[in-house]
Design a binder for this molecule. Structure first.
Ligand code: C5P
Length: 232
């Protein structure tokens, strides 16, 4: 089950999603649904759409929950209740929300949904974190991972650049890495700062890689998708 690829469906219309999913062969094992699709189409419309178009794929809900512990754990509980029906296997929550928020959410998710703690967004560079928080990025990422681990969360989102260190310290945790680019070349990075190729990310221990724009913005999504599959 390890070493999968999640395709980010950061699209706004039903037609765009249908065209993309219908042209990919083999279909991705995981589709990631986030703000753009949900705020355009509605959560349950997105879930039904992807379930219908890709009945064998799992759903990764990238909601990046971050609020007081009661609000977040109630949301996690509500989603856990419908997770089996809609094949929601993964759900993101911000590790910056704090240990209490993480542990209360972890308790209610148990056995139903894989809660994933987001450490430091891959769009943040080392300089951004130093400037905004006055902290070294690797220390922040490690501390957030430790909080998630202590809260009983088994999954992390981090940049592939932190993967090796995180795996060395928390060998029982699984890591999801966005910022994946078939070719690392700053012209392709968009707003991502810490990018890696699929091959490098896997060598560094990524369990699931997330890729979006290099595929859905390509003139030939199937070609890029095949290349990603061949090279990982
Ligand atoms: O288009 P691209 O391949 O950069 O997509 C990356 C996806 O992963 C986006 O949907 C983004 O919201 C998400 N993500 C991320 N960094 C994180 C967590 C999620 O880029 N730390």
């Amino acid at each position: 089950m390890i070493n999968k690829i999640a395709l980010a469906l950061d699209l706004s219309t039903k037609e765009e999603i249908e065209i993309l999913i219908n042209q990919l062969n083999p279909q991705p094992q995981i589709f990631k649904i986030g703000f753009q699709a949900i705020y355009s189409l509605g959560l349950f419309e997105c879930l039904r759409l992807v379930n219908n178009l890709a009945p064998h794929s799992d759903i990764f809900l990238d909601l990046k929950l971050h609020d007081i512990p009661n609000t977040v754990s109630q949301a996690v509980q509500s989603l856990s209740k419908v997770s089996e029906l809609y094949k929601i296997k993964y759900l993101t929550i911000h590790a910056l929300g704090g240990s209490k928020m993480l542990s209360e959410s972890s308790k209610v998710s148990e056995g139903k949904i894989n809660l994933i703690a987001v450490t430091v967004l891959t769009s943040h560079s080392e300089e951004d974190i130093q400037h905004d928080l006055g902290l070294p990025l690797d220390k922040l990422s490690m501390k957030l991972a430790e909080n998630a681990h202590q809260a009983g969360i088994e999954w992390l989102v981090s940049s592939a650049h932190e993967c090796k260190n995180l795996k060395n310290k928390f060998s029982d945790m699984k890591i999801i890495t966005p910022g994946i680019r078939p070719e690392v070349n700053s012209a392709n990075n968009g707003d991502q700062s810490r990018v890696m190729t699929p091959k490098q990310a896997l060598e560094d221990g990524a369990d699931i890689m997330v890729i979006g724009r290099p595929i859905y913005k390509s003139d030939n999504p199937q070609k890029v998708w095949s290349q990603v599959l061949e090279n990982h």
